[in-house]
Each structure stands twice: as structure tokens, then as C-alpha cells.
Design a protein around this ligand. Structure first.
Ligand code: FNR
Length: 370
């Protein structure tokens, strides 16, 4: 179908399911076990309702913001998703180029199909990028990678902490993984078991021994802001704050890790309440950033997260489906759809800027509080 028929981010998924090859579809769309959490991720947003304001002069509306001090045209970023070339020959570069056009930050995955340097080289002058890090059992490899990333101008290090072992994504495991190009693992001269899907093939180097004590080491090897990706309760968010980290991503890895993990938006409600209560913080703030990802498909989802205290929200699969179907143009279209949705919804909410998107603008009373 022609791209002009695409009206929402959901449409990319429907088309991707029809036209993507089976292996790529299985890897991108799969989630852990019975896939309860992946369904909950989007469904959780359906329990939050708006309390719009009227007569606010919304002739001009502005939803631009700053993420870790960096300008962003919207309170979203492109989160890290591995193996971009499964969906399109240009892989992650589709995301880099579309992000540049729309003033959006891209988080580069450790397990990108394109090399890290290729993705950084593809960035436009002044374009900001983050790095998602899987920590290697060989800490020297990780240290080199992190320090190289800092030298290349990466603005934030997102350490994935929800994947000491990869979840069982059974749809993916039924496929045999045959990468056309050597992936990151093979570049590191590690053996790859290709018999159980893409995820299993690429993940055996990840260190399950990673722990809180390693945070001091990270601080000693880099000046980049450190953010933990995959926090799922207030206790860990509080510890990250107390350890002096720059923020956390409240995420369950798109439902691909622990099934029955809660949605990021639900966790956000408890994290904001507890950190405000225990440390006298107000969210959002410049000192400690709360990010959320998982199931975000509409500007209204993003606005709900911002109202509840998030700095910005990560979006994964919709961009994968967009470039798997229409390449870079698909990603640009997805960002344009979000742009148009922001404009309309900010007006309808009576919120001229994101500062006006306050907590009273949502009714989150159906979200369980701990
Ligand atoms: C991911 N995600 C992910 N996260 C991470 O820290 N390292 C990684 O390598 C990957 N790889 C990956 C591959 C694919 C195909 C998907 C779908 C996801 C998780 C990702 O960063 C994010 O948490 C979720 O994708 C967010 O959910 P949505 O937007 O996909 O619903």
C-alpha cells in the first residue's frame, strides 16, 4: 500500500506483518513467554484519562523540550532496538537520518547491525545520539567501547539492566538465525549459536554478574551521563538517584524479558510518588530524569507520561516497522504523524507548552499505587 494511506503508528505494524520476511517479523514483534506484558504495555495507557482545560489561547502550541539538556523537537526519542538490517538493508541508518530531519535523539544499540562508527558518521552536524550498552563479561571490551563512544560525541550512556539473560521469545526461537553480515558478536570473535533465533544468537556475551558496585567503575571510566535502562520499581529508581546517576528508564524491554513485568507508565506513577515523598524532588526536573518506554503509539500516550512526571518517552517497534516497510521515509512519516498528533492534542488539552501539561491534566486513579 502507498504510504499516503498510513494514518497512525499502528498502521505500520499491520503492513509490516503482511510484507516483512518471517524471520525479521518474528524477531521484531516477539515478546517473552505468553506475551502478557507486551499487551499490557499499550493497554496500561487506556486506563489513564484526560482532564483538559478550556479557553487557554492555543493559537500557538509548542511541544519541544530538552532531554538531558539537549534540544528535542518532541518529548520522545528513538530507543535502542538491535539488528536493524533484518528489516531493511540500511538498518539503523534509516533511524539516524530521519531523526536528524526531525530533531529527535536516537539511542544506538550495542547490537546494531551497522557498526557503531557507521551510525555516528551518518549523523548530521550537531545531531545528538545516545548509546545503549550491554555490559560485556570482559570489562576491557566494555571500557574501550564506552570511551570510544564518549570520544565520538555520544551524549548519554543507557546501561541495560533488565537482561542478565535474554527472555524466551518463542516466536523468534522457532526461527533459525542467519545473519548476512557478521554481527557485533563475531566482530568480537565470539561463538554464535544460530539454532534458536536471533536473540539467543547475539546475547551470550552479556554479563549476568553486573551489579550496583559496578556503577562506581562506570563513573571512573566516563563523564557521560549514566542512565539505567530497565528499572521496574521505586526502590531501584531511588537507589539510582542516591548513587548519583542521571536517570532511569522505566521499561520492561518491550515485553521481551520478564513476562508479567508491569508497564513503564504504571511504574512511573509509583516512582514519582515515592521519590517526591522520600527525597523532596519534583518531576520532571533537570537533576534526575525519568524516562518511560513500551507500548507508546500515540502522542496522547506521550502526553500522559509527561503529565505524570516523565522527561521523555522512548519508542521502539513502530520505527522498526516503519523502516522495514518504507525505509527512511517511513520513519520520517511516523515522526510526522506524531508531530501532527501533538499539535492537535496540545490544543484540545488547552496546553500551549509542555509546562502546561501538569499532573492535574490526567486522571490516573485507575492505575494501582503501591
Ligand atoms: C529491543 N529493545 C532493546 N533494548 C535494549 O536495551 N537493547 C537491545 O538490544 C534491544 N533490542 C531490541 C530489539 C527489538 C526488536 C525490540 C522490539 C526491542 C527494547 C527497546 O529498547 C524498548 O525497551 C522497547 O522496544 C520499547 O517498547 P516498544 O516501543 O517497542 O513497544
Amino acid at each position: 500500500p502507498s504510504m499516503s494511506e498510513i494514518l497512525t503508528l499502528h498502521d505500520f505494524e499491520a503492513i509490516a506483518r503482511q510484507i516483512m520476511n518471517e524471520k525479521a517479523w518474528a524477531y521484531y514483534s516477539s515478546a517473552a513467554d505468553d506475551e502478557i506484558t507486551i499487551r499490557e504495555n499499550h493497554a496500561a495507557y487506556h486506563r489513564i484519562w484526560f482532564r483538559p482545560r478550556i479557553l487557554k489561547n492555543v493559537t500557538h502550541v509548542d511541544w519541544s523540550t530538552k532531554i538531558l539538556g539537549l534540544p528535542s523537537s518532541m518529548p520522545i526519542y528513538i530507543t535502542a532496538t538491535a539488528l536493524g538490517k533484518l528489516g531493511h538493508p540500511d538498518g539503523e541508518l534509516n533511524l539516524t537520518r530521519a531523526a536528524a530531519k526531525h530533531g529527535i535523539i536516537q539511542m544506538i544499540p550495542t547490537l546494531a547491525s551497522c557498526s557503531f562508527d557507521e551510525i555516528v558518521d551518518a549523523a548530521a552536524p550537531g545531531q545528538n545520539q545516545f548509546l545503549q550498552l550491554y555490559v560485556n563479561k570482559e570489562r576491557e571490551i566494555t571500557k574501550k567501547f564506552v570511551q570510544h563512544a564518549e570520544k565520538r560525541g555520544i551524549k548519554g550512556l543507557f546501561i541495560t539492566v533488565d537482561a542478565p539473560q535474554l527472555g524466551r521469545r518463542e516466536k523468534d526461537m522457532r526461527q533459525k538465525f542467519e545473519a548476512e553480515e557478521p554481527d557485533e558478536m563475531e566482530r568480537n570473535n565470539e561463538k554464535v549459536d544460530r539454532s534458536q533465533g536471533a536473540a539467543r544468537a547475539i546475547s551470550s556475551f552479556i554479563d549476568p554478574g553486573l551489579c550496583w558496585e559496578d556503577m562506581a567503575w562506570f563513573k571512573s571510566i566516563t563523564k557521560m551521563p549514566l542512565i539505567l535502562k530497565g528499572v521496574q520499581c521505586w526502590e531501584d529508581a531511588l537507589q539510582a538517584y542516591d548513587e548519583g546517576l542521571a536517570g532511569v528508564v522505566l521499561s520492561n524491554h518491550g515485553g521481551r524479558q520478564l513476562d508479567f513485568a508491569r508497564s513503564g507508565i504504571e511504574v512511573l506513577v509509583e516512582v514519582v510518588a515515592k521519590l517526591e515523598e522520600k527525597r523532596g524532588l519534583r518531576f520532571p526536573n533537570d537533576k534526575f530524569a525519568l524516562f518511560v518506554d513500551g507500548g507508546v503509539r500515540r502522542a496522547t500516550d506521550v502526553i500522559k507520561a509527561v503529565a505524570l512526571g516523565a522527561t521523555a518517552v522512548g519508542i521502539g517497534r513502530p520505527f522498526l516497522y516503519a523502516f522495514s516497510t518504507y525505509g527512511q521515509e517511513g520513519v520520517e512519516k511516523a515522526l510526522q504523524i506524531l508531530h501532527d498528533e501533538f499539535e492537535m492534542n496540545m490544543r484540545l488539552l488547552g496546553a500551549p507548552t509542555l509546562k502546561d501539561v501538569v499532573r492535574d491534566m490526567v486522571d490516573a486513579s485507575s492505575v494501582h499505587q503501591h
